[in-house]
Design a protein around this ligand. Structure first.
Ligand code: SAM
Length: 286
């Protein structure tokens, strides 16, 4: 069994297979042996868990997940890693690697076919170039997932986990808060990766909610409204959403006033509950 907690072993297996890193695929592999066990411990809450991993790379995290979970299914876009993973995963009979682009897969069908009724976690050191699209795809599809425990760039972590009503909050933070309870678990320095990226990272955990904390009359329309709200940071909410609300500025100011919200409010000052209240009222008045 290849000991993947050892940097020399990781280098050796990659060199043996003539692997060179592709920056365009976000290939920064973990070489700090303390990180993967902590991620796996957080994601796999009991030994009956199934885990979906995106981007196993050389398999450092995959091995830790396999030691804790009932089954691990890992999706890797880069077929050049096939011989590498064949070698590093040879001793794990509960790991299945699928070589494909995660963004093209039917994740709901995959989870149902591969994990049956098991509780499921998603755990990954995500390729930085598609962090938010992957997370939003997982959340918006309402997949039967217990938690999403992933490493992302620190700035992305701060944005994804920002509480509504705080300066860092954006459309993606509101969406994350609608579907899950987000938490930053720990920080990981850039020196923990090969090759080292230009920024530090954080491991975050999104505990997926069975039901959103607020009720909205039309989810798709709600998120169009949220995206418009944050589309221009310097503008007031009223100016930002002008094109999507179908009422005059004066009527919108009156609506905000009736909810006790100042007319000059900006999107980042609003809570999820306030967003839902404004959106539902707008829909009532249509
Ligand atoms: N898990 C490994 C680790 O922690 O060392 C590798 C993490 S590396 C940051 C991201 C991995 O995701 C790479 O192996 C890359 O090839 C893979 N990847 C990139 N885009 C992908 C996609 N769309 N679908 C599946 N895997 C992808």
């Amino acid at each position: 069994m290849t000991d993947l907690a050892n940097y020399s072993n990781i280098r050796a297996v990659l060199e043996r297979n003539g692997f060179n890193f592709k920056k365009s695929l976000g290939q920064n592999f973990l070489i700090n042996p303390t990180v993967c066990p902590r991620m796996a411990d957080a994601a796999v809450k009991s030994c009956d868990f199934g885990v979906l991993e995106i981007g196993p790379g050389v398999g450092v995290l995959t091995a830790e997940l396999a030691q804790r979970a009932s089954k691990v299914v890992s999706i890797e876009i880069d077929r050049r890693l096939q011989p590498v993973l064949a070698e590093t995963m040879a001793d794990y009979d509960n790991v299945k690697i699928i070589f494909d682009d995660f963004m093209r897969l039917d994740a709901a069908a995959l989870i149902s076919n591969e994990f049956g009724g098991m509780p499921v976690a998603v755990c990954a050191n995500l390729p930085y170039y598609i962090t938010s699209p992957i997370i939003m795809r997982l959340l918006e599809s309402r997949l039967p997932i217990d938690n999403i425990t992933v490493m992302v760039q620190k700035e992305a972590a701060d944005r994804l986990c920002a509480a509504p009503g705080t300066r860092q909050c954006g459309a993606v933070s509101v969406a994350v808060g609608y579907y899950s309870q987000p938490k930053v678990l720990f920080q990981v320095s850039r020196g923990s990766f090969m090759p080292p990226p230009n920024v530090d990272s954080s491991v975050i955990q999104l505990s997926v909610l069975g039901r959103p904390p607020v009720k909205v009359s039309d989810e798709k329309g709600f998120f169009t409204f949220i995206r418009a709200s944050f589309s221009t940071r310097r503008k007031t909410l009223s100016n930002a959403v002008g094109g999507v609300i179908g009422c005059s500025k004066a009527e919108f100011a009156e609506l905000l006033g009736s909810l006790g919200i100042p007319s000059q409010v900006r999107a980042e000052q609003l809570t999820l509950e306030q967003f839902a209240a404004i959106y539902n009222r707008l829909n009532e008045e249509k």
